[in-house]
Structure formats: structure tokens, C-alpha cells
Design a protein around this ligand. Structure first.
Ligand code: SF4
Length: 597
């Protein structure tokens, strides 16, 4: 199979056995790679109702067909499992260089099952797989120290995907790390790796990916790189990177501030891209990416890749911290212990709010950086008040009798776009397959970043959200980077080489819809229902007291109507279950006979 290795590596940690299976060619045809293959495999491997932290939850690593080729930005890895944070499917993406290394070692997919009897590290060198005892050497190490040690042992070409102390301690928002600063951040894949007594997967590959007409393919990829990737549309990535969003989103009244009390942050100027550019010392790139958007900043005694916009929003504005060095240190602490900065910032902001409201006594306060900087380590180790914060926002709010202070959807803390300043993001969060997520549908682009959308209206947003979700699903079969401006023509130029024929935008969106509906079937099988496609009461009915979006709320009635419209456009019934016709149209009927799950 050109572009694919045609092999799936299965790691049974319970028996410490490795085996290789052929990649299902029909799955590759229908689901392509990345998100598609990951969800198809998860649907097969996950028994309904499995506890996310039990040995029965598979951890799946999926590459895309273009990883390891000259295609730009396709070196990203898709990581998936059932999420311990949400109980939904989880797919999370990470850049760096791990995915090409996995292809060079000979694998499209890795399926990790069971739980090792004692901590291990898995070492893959082409077709040689070793289960190395991790206790006393690797287990307990923070992410940078672990990578340093492994590179010293195996050489610089060894690529590491690891969990930190937070994952070892099963914190439900623990992330996976690779190339030190790259994170598969959301949804708790780090805890799932930890629950398997697995510290890291290390891969070193010496093979190559075969493509038909390699010279022609390379020529075409270079043309696309010049004309499309390094175009003016993408210049923001290397000029400023995601921090440019701080001013734009705060200016729209959508930057969560003081635990979502308002959306305009008075300290934005201290943590925006201008502030970061003044201390930027270099830029880095994922493998095979000419955009090099990874901004490296030098602070007094350390360097930090990032912080990215979401971290600046949730760990800065939302905690009322306008000290850039403090936000960067918080970012570094999260990176070292293996925590998702987004959920950690959201949880710490909630804890500050609980303290201010008299519902908790953690000694945390908005804007107080001393307590704030201790939080990531306490959470990762579940020490002191960290044991309660490690529950995540939904459980912490419930524990303290204030669920109203914990903005989350399906248990995932909301990203740094307050829907009261960009209504369409609310529908996107509510219907996202892995809980509140800005990466499935990004209507903020139309609402507040120069598009034609009305930020304070849900009209037309159901169509927009469906189309963006379907497009993102097909883009992540690739697995292209979401930082780049993508469209069906660009994807089609790659699929032409993959399939040897032209594709239409409709055909590509059908692949996306197939993957999205497969995810829906998975989530329904796990017990999710219409009532889980919700938004926090605060977003629906409590307006900001000030700022650009003051006085605006989505409203329960308007949200209900938009959700009805969304289900109708998807071909789902009023409860959000795909109909028989929808499943047949998308070649999914066999996964759910009769349209029910
Ligand atoms: S745009 Fe940035 S994050 Fe995306 S692949 Fe390139 S370097 Fe990596």
C-alpha cells in the first residue's frame, strides 16, 4: 500500500507481547488515516462501558498517510482512547517528529491494550520491540529529564512519547509529551498511559515511506509549499504565532477573565504577542513544516517554547495574571509534570473563584502568582489542595457545591473563547465529540477575526458548525496542522496522489461526515445523549457586566433551536441519534443496524 506501511503494531501490556497485523485496506479506503483510522479502531477495540482508566481502554496512536513524506505539516500524530475526563471518545493531536519516526519504523497504527504488571517503557526499533522495566530509572521522571535520558541512551534520533508524573498519578487532564514542548494536551491521554503502567513509547525507525512517482509527488508538494503553505494567509504563524489572538479575542469581549466573569482583560497588553515578540529568541518547527510557528522565548533563567494563546488566555487572563514570566513559568511547570495547560489554568481559576466566594480555602486568589505557581506540581502529585483540584473543574465545582462556577462541556474545561463574545463557538463546544473544543468548529474566525459572521447571533451557525466539523475531521485524516489555512482544493491535491484520481469537495466532506458520525455512534454507545450536548447555565443566561460583550447571552431557547437545526442538518433524530438513512449514506450501517445504538 503506497503511502501506508500496511502494518498495525499491537502491544499487549498485560502479557508484555508485541504482534503485527495487516492494516485493514477497507478501513484505509473509508477512513483514510489519523482521526478516521483512530476512531474506527477505537470502535472495534473499546467494549461499551469500559472504565477509561481500566486495562480495557485501548490507547491508540495513528499516523496519516502523508506522515514521513514531503507533504507539509503532516507530521502530526493522532492519539486516542476513551477519555477519563469526559467518558467520550478522545482524539488529540501532537506535532514534533514522532509520527514520521513511527512510519519509518514500519507502522501506521499502534494499539496498546492491557496493563503492565510493573512500570515499563516500550522501545521500538523497526521490527524489534522491547518492554524495558521503568521502575527506578524512568518512572517518576519529569518529561524533559526523561527525554534527555533516553536520547543519551539511544541517540538523538530516538523519538519519545511519554507521560509525566501527572499521568502516573492518573490526573484526568494529564497530557502526553513529545519533543519536550509538544503536547497531546486535551482529555487525559496521559492518565490513560499512566493507568497502563506505561511511561513512554520510544521509536527509532530506519525505513522510508513509499509513494508512487516520488519525483512527481515531491515536485507537487514543493509547489504547494511555495504557493499555498508559505502564502500570506499563513504568515501570522511565523510572524506572531497564536499569541496574536490575545488582543483580538479580548477586543471582542471573548477572552475568559477572572474565571469567566467577563471577557475583556485589562492586562492583555502585558501578555500579548507584542510582549512576547520582545523576548523571542528563535522559532522552531515540527518535522516537514516550513511555517515554523513554535516561538521560543527567553526569560531570566530559562527558555520556554510558548506560551500559546490558549495558555495565555486560561492561565493568564482567566487567573487574572498579567505577569508574562509567571504565565510562562506556570506553562513550564505544566509541561514538566505533564498537565494540559488549558484544563489546569481553568481549574486553578475556578479554585481562585471558590476561595473568593468562600466555598474553599486553598489560599489561592486572582492575580496572586505565588500560590498560582505552586498549583501544577500539587495537582500532578495530588498533594495538599492539589488532590481536590486534580478532580477537574466539573467534579471540583460539584464537590464544593458550586457547579455554576465551573464552565465545562461534557466534563472538558472550555477553551479561551467565551461564547458570549462569539455565539457560534457555543454551538461548537456543545456538539464537539470530545467535550468543549475549539478545534472541531471554529466559528470565531467568522465571528471576530474578520469574517462576515455576527458574533452575537446563532443564526446560520448550525450550518457553519456542521461544515467546519466535517472539514476538520477529513483534514485530520491527513493529519494536517490546524494552524494552516486549509481548503478542499489543497487537500484534494494530496488525495490525488494517494488515490490516483481527482476528488470533489463533496467527496471529501462525505469522508468527514462519515468520521463525525462514527464518533457520534461511539459516544452514544458510551451512554451520551442529547442532554450532554449542552452549555453551562452561565453561558446561556449570565451576561458579562462589562466589556465589549456586556449584556449578551446565548439564551436557552435560541440555543435549543440551534441544536435542533444542527441535528436536522446532520441527519440525526430529535435526540441526536443518526437515522438509518444517514448511516447508509455514509457506509456506516453495519456499525449500527437500524440506526440505533
Ligand atoms: S504550523 Fe507550527 S504546530 Fe503546525 S506543523 Fe508547523 S510548526 Fe508544527
Amino acid at each position: 500500500m503506497d503511502f501506508y506501511t500496511g502494518k498495525v503494531l499491537r502491544l499487549d501490556l498485560t502479557g508484555l507481547r508485541a504482534s503485527v497485523e495487516p492494516l485493514d485496506a477497507e478501513w484505509a479506503r473509508l477512513f483514510v488515516g489519523g482521526k478516521g483510522l483512530l476512531l474506527r479502531s477505537l470502535f472495534e477495540e473499546l467494549a461499551p462501558g469500559t472504565d477509561a482508566l481500566s486495562p480495557g481502554n485501548p490507547l491508540i496512536l495513528a499516523t496519516g498517510p502523508f506522515a514521513g513524506t514531503p507533504a507539509a505539516t503532516c507530521s502530526r500524530l493522532a492519539v486516542g482512547c476513551k477519555s477519563p475526563a469526559t467518558g467520550t471518545l478522545l482524539d488529540s493531536y501532537v506535532g514534533g517528529s514522532f509520527a514520521p519516526a513511527l512510519k519509518f519504523a514500519g507502522y501506521d497504527l499502534v494499539v496498546i491494550t492491557g496493563r503492565a504488571p510493573a512500570p515499563v517503557l516500550v522501545r521500538i526499533t523497526d521490527d524489534k520491540v522491547e518492554f524495558v522495566p521503568a521502575e527506578g530509572r524512568y518512572w517518576g521522571l519529569e518529561t524533559a529529564s526523561l527525554e534527555e535520558l533516553i536520547r543519551a541512551e539511544m541517540g538523538p534520533e530516538a523519538k519519545v512519547l511519554s507521560t509525566g508524573p501527572a499521568g502516573e498519578n492518573l490526573v484526568p487532564f494529564a497530557c502526553l509529551s513529545t519533543d519536550q514542548f509538544h503536547k497531546a494536551g486535551r482529555g487525559g491521554a496521559g492518565a490513560v498511559m499512566g493507568s497502563k503502567n506505561l511511561k513512554a513509547v520510544v521509536v527509532r525507525g530506519t525505513g522510508a515511506v513509499t509513494v508512487p512517482d516520488a519525483a512527481g509527488f515531491t515536485r507537487e508538494m514543493l509547489r504547494l509549499q511555495d504557493e499555498r503553505v508559505l502564502s500570506a494567509d499563513n504568515a501570522w504563524t511565523y510572524e506572531e504565532g497564536t499569541p496574536f489572538l490575545v488582543d483580538a479575542v479580548s477586543g471582542a469581549g471573548a477572552l475568559p477573565t477572572r474565571n469567566w466573569r467577563t471577557g475583556t482583560f485589562a492586562g492583555a497588553g502585558a501578555i500579548n504577542s507584542t510582549a512576547l515578540l520582545s523576548i523571542r529568541t528563535k522559532i522552531r518547527a515540527c518535522t516537514q513544516c516550513p511555517l515554523a510557528c513554535r516561538q521560543v522565548h527567553t526569560f531570566e533563567d530559562y527558555i520556554c517554547e510558548g506560551p500559546e494563546f490558549e495558555t495565555l488566555g486560561l492561565c493568564g487572563a482567566n487567573c487574572d495574571v498579567d505577569d508574562l514570566a509567571a504565565v510562562a513559568t506556570f506553562n513550564r511547570e505544566c509541561d514538566e509534570v505533564g498537565l494540559d495547560t488549558m484544563s489546569t489554568g481553568a481549574v486553578v481559576a475556578l479554585a481562585m473563584d471558590l476561595c473568593e466566594q468562600g466555598a474553599a480555602d486553598y489560599g489561592l486568589a486572582f492575580g496572586d502568582t505565588a500560590g498560582y505557581l505552586r498549583a501544577p506540581r500539587l495537582i500532578a502529585l495530588r498533594e495538599g489542595y492539589g488532590a481536590e483540584l486534580a478532580l477537574g473543574a466539573r467534579a471540583l465545582g460539584a464537590l464544593k457545591g458550586r457547579p455554576d462556577l465551573a464552565p465545562e462541556v461534557k466534563g472538558l474545561e472550555m477553551p479561551a473563547y467565551d461564547p458570549r463574545g462569539t455565539f457560534g463557538m457555543g454551538l461548537g463546544y456543545a456538539t464537539s465529540d470530545r467535550g468543549a473544543c475549539h478545534m472541531r468548529a471554529f466559528s470565531a474566525g467568522d465571528d471576530i477575526l474578520g469574517g462576515a459572521g455576527a458574533a452575537d447571533s446563532l443564526e446560520g451557525k448550525a450550518r457553519l458548525v456542521v461544515d467546519q466539523q466535517d472539514f476538520s475531521a477529513v483534514a485530520w485524516t491527513g493529519v494536517w496542522c490546524a494552524n494552516m489555512a486549509l481548503d478542499p482544493d489543497f487537500l484534494g491535491a494530496h488525495f490525488k496522489h494517494l488515490w490516483g484520481r481527482e476528488t470533489t469537495p463533496e467527496e471529501l466532506l462525505t469522508i468527514g461526515a462519515r468520521i463525525w458520525n462514527l464518533g457520534r455512534l461511539l459516544n452514544l454507545r458510551e451512554g451520551l445523549r442529547r442532554e450532554d450536548d449542552r452549555l453551562p447555565e452561565r453561558i446561556l443566561s449570565v451576561p458579562h457586566p462589562d466589556g465589549v460583550a456586556a449584556g449578551k447571552v446565548l439564551g436557552a431557547g435560541a440555543f435549543r433551536e440551534a441544536l435542533d437545526e444542527y441535528y436536522r442538518l446532520r441527519g440525526w433524530d430529535a435526540e441526536g441519534v443518526p437515522t438509518r438513512d444517514t448511516l447508509s449514506r455514509l457506509s456506516l450501517a453495519e456499525l449500527s443496524p437500524g440506526g440505533a445504538v
